[in-house]
Design a protein around this ligand. Structure first.
Ligand code: GDG
Length: 469
């Protein structure tokens, strides 16, 4: 671990979490390894390329960690107390905003002390950025946990260029109005020069809200610029995020990953069809619906367990939040029921793992997946769908994708499903399995081309170029 440079940073990323997790080795020494998750997967290559500082929480409550240098950039840990983790992170961020921004797929809860804590933590982040940013630096604030930071920063440091990107959906105005502190949140975002969303629909939802704030002119149907009462302009636009397609492809093509894939396929009993799903264990990902649909197909004999396995990897996530505990138990129960209905001991219908794996193992799983199934009830983008396409070598495979994932706009050749429609989903799964090799290949080629032509670098470049202008 090396210490940070004394220079102020000209480029800063601010996100709730740092992109690294602390690992304590057997000899007591400490290493920091890259953490899983969409945001990190997306931004790490950008930081490695540009340098600068990443400001975020290090993951351990009630602990202060000194800044350090890591893989070409500075890591600046922000401390959070255990109470702040409960109130700001698990509470307001993940039990109020997260469900509300995902179409209220579970009921959001609102508590005043959660909101107070959200404001306190946002202030701490903004103060740290203000301290570390060089004059006229570019600051890129990430995601729903830090929506008050742009305005706080603007007040402290009017010289900065401030961008904000929301990784999750932005809901329609009718749902947004439920939030008791909606005005402050919208004003918080309007502190940025550029506010980016995953889809035009999300940008449009925010623009409608901004338009109704006092003193704001525009944006309207022909223009994505809001002009504030002091004359400052804020641009509101969609920037669909992507992946390091070449990086994933190279990883998946390596001999080690090929060998791991071979071993995995053998361990699963060499079935002719492997259906694969991988998600954080989150109620927005449509796991209940997906497992129910596939379970029924096994029960009805449409999927033959001698021939087909459903491999599902669920990465542990937000395990102390009540709805996530309920979900974990529900999935355990569902999988158990479906597997116990089997009349052979040879292999389970569902190979279910609740764990996180190294990226190379994930690449091996993409390699053996004949059918990739992605079924969110609502998702900002969904990187898994894009990673699958980047990792596949052969065209005789298929992507089943929810129409409620942001990715559906770009990957419109996928076998599209509505996860609320279990019968429709079952029919589409069977179509994806039974379609002609030519039909599958044509879809795979078109989608793969899309993913390789719009990479994570393009996403970051287009956002930062727009911000620079
Ligand atoms: C949010 C938005 C948006 C998963 N398990 C393992 C693992 N992962 C990686 C995947 C992928 C990432 O986590 C998940 O990204 P998603 O986009 O699918 O979903 P969220 O975590 O909800 O991400 C989402 C994204 O931000 C980016 O803007 O697309 O809509 O909700 O990269 O590969 N990686 C490893 N082991 C695992 O076990 N190594």
């Amino acid at each position: 671990m090396t210490s940070t440079s004394d220079d102020l940073a000209t480029f800063i990323v601010v996100a709730n979490r740092l992109p690294v997790d602390r690992v304590v080795n057997e000899d007591g020494s400490i290493d920091w390894t890259t953490s899983p998750g969409g945001l990190v997967t997306a931004l790490e290559p950008v930081m490695q390329r540009k340098g600068g500082a990443w400001i975020g929480w290090h993951g351990a409550p009630d602990e202060t960690v000194e800044p350090f240098h890591h893989e070409g950039y500075d890591i600046v840990p922000i401390p959070l107390s255990a109470q702040e983790v409960t109130e700001y992170y698990e509470g307001f961020s993940n039990a109020s905003l997260w469900p509300l921004y995902h179409d209220c797929v579970v009921d959001p809860e609102f508590h005043r002390e959660w909101w107070d804590s959200y404001r306190t933590v946002n202030t701490r982040f903004a103060e740290e950025v203000a301290k570390r940013a060089a004059k006229n630096a570019t600051v890129w604030v990430q995601d729903y946990q830090l929506q008050l930071v742009p305005r706080m920063l603007r007040e402290a440091r009017p010289d900065l260029k401030i961008g904000f990107f929301l990784h999750i959906p932005f809901p329609p105005i009718e749902l947004y109005q439920h939030i008791p502190w909606r005005g402050e949140l919208v004003d918080g975002l309007l502190g940025a020069d550029l506010i980016g969303f995953q889809t035009p629909g999300a940008a449009h939802n925010f623009a409608r809200l901004a338009h109704h704030r006092d003193g704001v002119t525009g944006p309207d149907d022909s223009d994505d610029i809001a002009t504030l009462s002091d004359g400052r302009v804020v641009k509101i636009k969609d920037f669909p995020i992507s992946i390091d397609a070449r990086g994933f492809h190279e990883l998946a093509s390596s001999p080690q990953v090929h060998q791991e894939a071979e071993e995995m396929r053998t361990e699963l009993g060499n079935p002719s069809t492997i259906i694969f799903g991988v998600d954080r264990l989150d109620y927005t990902k449509g796991l209940r619906q997906r497992i129910r649909a596939i379970g029924e197909l096994f029960d009805e004999g449409k999927l033959d367990q001698e021939d087909c396995v459903f491999l599902q990897l669920a990465t542990p996530s937000r395990e102390r939040v009540e709805e996530y505990k309920i979900l974990r138990n529900d999935i355990d129960l569902l999988v158990g029921r479906i597997n116990s209905a089997s009349d052979t001991l040879a292999r389970p219908r569902i190979a279910y793992r609740h764990t996180s794996v190294p990226r190379s193992t994930l690449a091996a799983m993409y390699q053996i997946a004949d059918i990739m199934i992605v079924t969110p009830l609502r998702d900002g983008m969904n990187l898994v769908a894009k990673e699958y396409l980047a990792c596949r070598d052969d065209d005789n495979s298929a992507l089943i994708l929810s129409e409620f994932a942001g990715a559906a706009l770009e990957l419109d050749e996928a076998y599209m499903i509505n996860p609320y429609d279990i019968d429709g989903m079952k029919a589409t799964i069977m179509k994806a399995i039974n379609d002609s090799p030519q039909a599958r290949a044509q879809k795979m080629r078109a989608m793969r081309q899309q993913v390789f032509a719009h990479t994570i670098d393009d996403w970051a470049d287009s956002f930062l170029t727009e911000l620079g202008e």
